[in-house]
Design a protein around this ligand. Structure first.
Ligand SMILES: Cc1cc2nc3c(=O)[nH]c(=O)nc-3n(C[C@H](O)[C@H](O)[C@H](O)COP(=O)(O)OP(=O)(O)OC[C@H]3O[C@@H](n4cnc5c(N)ncnc54)[C@H](O)[C@@H]3O)c2cc1C
Length: 378
């Protein structure tokens, strides 16, 4: 196996590195949930798009440059290493877009993707409800048939960045008589439409990281049904695969954190503390393992891995994120409590085993679907 990058990949890597070095803002923009931060992040996305770097692996007709999955991983590595701003449209770019490529119509792709690439439309995910999280098929929000479309009613919760987004992709019950997984439809709706109320929820970090969404007769035209009416579960599972796999949390994010951890150790680590040094090394090795896993997945023929493999990936990256941050906080000692990137990153890492489907649920999927172990009691 040859793990060296070819000339083309190296040239791409050098281009991205050079552009980011010249353009990444020195100070991080304000948080995305403030008016200022929202505008600054959208302006940054437009700049990336103008440089042809917003969505490198998408077809050129939608704003990409037809790059391979491997090139995308390299882009991500460079982006995180350069400390690029958080992608305000990550739910659109990393969750909805791949779903549109598989389940959308040509008209939907042409209408939605170029606007998403420039962050003209920022997207939120509207799946969870007060009574439906792990048991997503229990959702009760409904869409009723009306002339030319659907009317949405109900309540969604924990919708990341809904307070600063324009549109949302949600799952709604369209046939109450069908079984829980049937009769669901995947619908795209406008967060500023009549009948929508978005109420921010303040997170542990102090940001309005997510929001509740109340829907009272919100009109959605037929053009905004993604996939088949009644076939929403299958479409949602396609999105979930991207959310749990390398799309949402690419290896570059963790390689960059592991590199920063090694630098921190070199700066302040106590050479006599072999146990802590081993944890730094373990974190670095695990990040490298995830990187190689990413390369292997990007170079494998399509359809070779199980659709449930993303659950394995999700448990791995979420636990790695906590381990890297916990080790950094321990290294920092009392200074860890001062506000800074490591503390903020640690607080957010604690959410990793919850979002994108909890790790308990992923372990059940791994046991039953990947390893073929007997099903547990329900
Ligand atoms: C940072 C963050 C961002 C999020 N962003 C979004 C978003 O943008 N859009 C969105 O729709 N949702 C979002 N969510 C919600 C997330 O998807 C849910 O929190 C998650 O699916 C768990 O659902 P729940 O909170 O209702 O917990 P519950 O389902 O009530 O689970 C509570 C606990 O019970 C355990 N449990 C439940 N059922 C089982 C079982 N069968 N076997 C074993 N253990 C079980 C769970 O693992 C968990 O530990 C986000 C969550 C977080 C933390």
């Amino acid at each position: 196996m040859n793990l060296d990058l070819d000339e083309d990949a190296r040239a791409f890597q050098a281009e991205v590195r050079g552009w980011l070095a010249a353009n990444v803002p020195r100070a991080a923009p304000p948080p995305v949930d403030t008016a200022e931060g929202n505008a600054a992040h959208r302006a940054w996305e437009r700049k990336l798009a103008q440089a042809g770097l917003s969505v490198v692996a998408w077809p050129a007709e939608y704003g990409g440059r037809d790059a391979s999955a491997l090139h995308w991983l390299l882009f991500e590595e460079e982006y995180h290493a350069a400390g690029g701003p958080v992608r305000i449209n990550q739910n659109g770019l990393f969750l909805l877009a791949p779903t549109l490529f598989t389940h959308g119509t040509a008209e939907q792709r042409a209408r939605l993707l170029p606007r998403m690439a420039r962050a003209d439309d920022v997207w939120a995910q509207a799946w969870s409800e007060p009574g439906a999280g792990s048991d997503l098929a229990a959702i009760r929000s409904r869409a009723e048939r009306t002339d030319g479309g659907w009317l949405l009613h109900g309540q969604k919760t924990w919708s990341s960045r809904a307070c600063c987004a324009d549109r949302a992709f949600g799952l709604f019950r369209t046939d109450p008589a069908a079984g829980p997984h049937r009769g669901l439809t995947y619908l795209l709706f406008d967060l500023r439409a009549d009948g929508v109320t978005v109420r921010p929820i303040r997170q542990l970090t102090g940001d309005n990281g997510f929001a509740e969404i109340f829907l009272d007769g919100v009109f959605v035209p037929d053009d905004d049904v993604l996939g088949e009416v009644g076939g929403g579960w299958r479409v949602a599972m396609s999105t979930a695969g991207h959310e749990r796999g390398t799309s949402l949390r690419s290896p570059g994010r963790f390689s960059a954190a592991a590199t920063r951890l090694v630098e921190l150790w070199r700066e302040i680590g106590d050479p006599a503390d072999g146990a802590l040094r081993d944890r730094v090394v373990d974190g670095w090795i695990a990040a490298q393992a995830y990187r190689l896993h990413g390369f292997a997945a990007a170079s494998a023929p399509p359809g070779q891995s199980s659709p449930f493999a993303a659950s394995l990936t999700k448990v791995f990256w979420s636990e790695l994120d906590i381990a890297l941050h916990e080790t950094a906080l321990e290294l920092l000692g009392p200074r860890a409590e001062l506000p800074g990137d490591w503390l903020a990153g640690y607080l957010f890492s604690l959410a990793g085993p919850i979002y994108a489907g909890t790790n308990e649920i992923q372990r059940t999927v791994i046991a039953e679907r990947l390893l073929g172990l007997p099903r547990g009691a329900r």
